[in-house]
Design a protein around this ligand. Structure first.
Ligand code: UGA
Length: 323
């Protein structure tokens, strides 16, 4: 199989690339390597991939139609596109809604349009639990999601429904994966777990929006990668929750575990809640279980310990990394 993987230097993308390569697939990785967060982390992830057989990399932005079209022309037939390139900051999207729409909605449409032209049969789209704002827990895929509270979630909804249109007219098989707050080694430094570990380790103030009792159905990145690769075999149009599938964990519980693990006391600094955030998330993952035979394998605290160990082992990279 030849797969075009966008966002290959991103957190989830780099794990998906590895999982695809392990299966012997050829991976054509794209990433625009933007500076939304410290790019050294993106190069760190990319460096582990560039040496692997079957991996090719192009520094291309999916919102750049001309470059993307030239790439499709050049690379020849593909079996699938996995679209993990995105502006993915829930809170940051309130500051730059046009950019979020341009990358996540228009960029995704560029891919679909080129897939139509070059007859690429399968599309996997990264979507988000944040689409479930205002709906009851646990979140199920049948629930209508028409009340997004961030431009980011709204842009992902646009990408989801545009993919449906292309499925309907051109028969492209589409899997929309709604990931739930993914964490793990070499994660994203704008996200809670990465920052909390670094702040406690560095002895800096841990900035918590709200009272810290908000909770997430955190999902380990390797489980997410396995689900993403498994979704390549689905037919039709399917929306699947990819979540931890357990009781959600609060931010305060996360910080307590980090304190115990590092044997350091956190300096908690409470800030006003952020308007773009959901308070709690919890996934009903029965559909992914049925359709993919997938179930998360990594317990939350095991995954958190692995993440902490990665932070401890990579101080040269992390000591002066911007959070
Ligand atoms: C995450 C990702 O950032 C999104 O890209 C993804 O789409 C989304 O999960 C998802 O589930 O679909 P989020 O849940 O906001 O978004 O993840 P975190 O950044 O880890 O935030 C979790 C909670 O921690 C939020 O309540 C946030 O306000 C809080 N937080 C985050 C802090 O209190 N302090 C921080 O410094 C960062």
């Amino acid at each position: 199989m030849r797969i075009l993987l966008t966002g290959a230097a991103g957190f989830i993308g780099s794990y998906v690339a590895r999982a695809l390569l392990e299966k012997g697939y050829e991976v054509i990785g794209l990433d625009n390597l933007n500076a939304y967060y410290d790019v050294r982390l993106k190069f760190y992830r990319l460096n582990t991939l560039l040496t692997q057989k079957g991996f090719h990399f192009f520094p291309i932005d999916i919102s750049d139609w001309v470059s993307l079209a030239a790439l499709f022309k050049r690379i020849g037939p593909l079996d699938a596109v996995i679209n993990l390139a995105a502006r993915a900051g829930v809170r940051a999207s309130l500051e730059e809604p046009l950019l979020y729409h341009h990358t996540n909605a228009t960029g995704s449409l560029h891919l679909l349009e080129l897939m139509r032209h070059y007859q690429v049969p399968r599309y996997v789209l990264a979507s988000t639990s944040s689409l479930y704002a205002g709906t009851p827990l646990p979140f199920t895929e049948e629930q209508p999601v028409n009340t997004p509270i961030s431009p980011y979630a709204a842009s992902k909804k646009a990408a989801e429904v545009m993919a449906y249109t292309y499925h309907k007219h051109y028969g492209i098989h589409v899997s929309v994966l709604r990931y739930f707050t993914v964490y793990g080694p070499a994660g994203r430094p704008d996200m809670s777990i990465f920052r909390f570990i670094e702040w406690v380790y560095r002895g800096q103030a841990v900035e918590i929006y709200g009272d810290g009792r908000q909770s997430r159905d955190f999902t380990f990145v390797e489980d997410v990668a396995q689900a993403t690769v498994a979704a390549l075999r689905l037919e039709g149009y399917a929306i699947l929750n990819i979540g931890g599938g357990r009781a959600p964990t609060s931010l305060l519980e996360v910080v307590e575990f980090i304190e115990r693990f590092l044997n350091k006391k956190a300096k908690l600094h409470f800030l006003p809640p952020q308007g773009a955030d959901l308070v709690h998330t919890q996934a009903d993952i029965s559909r992914a279980q049925t359709l993919l035979g997938w179930h998360p394998q990594v317990d939350f605290y095991d995954g958190l310990a692995r993440t902490l160990n990665w932070h401890l082992s990579n101080r040269a990279l992390l000591d002066n990394l911007t959070l």
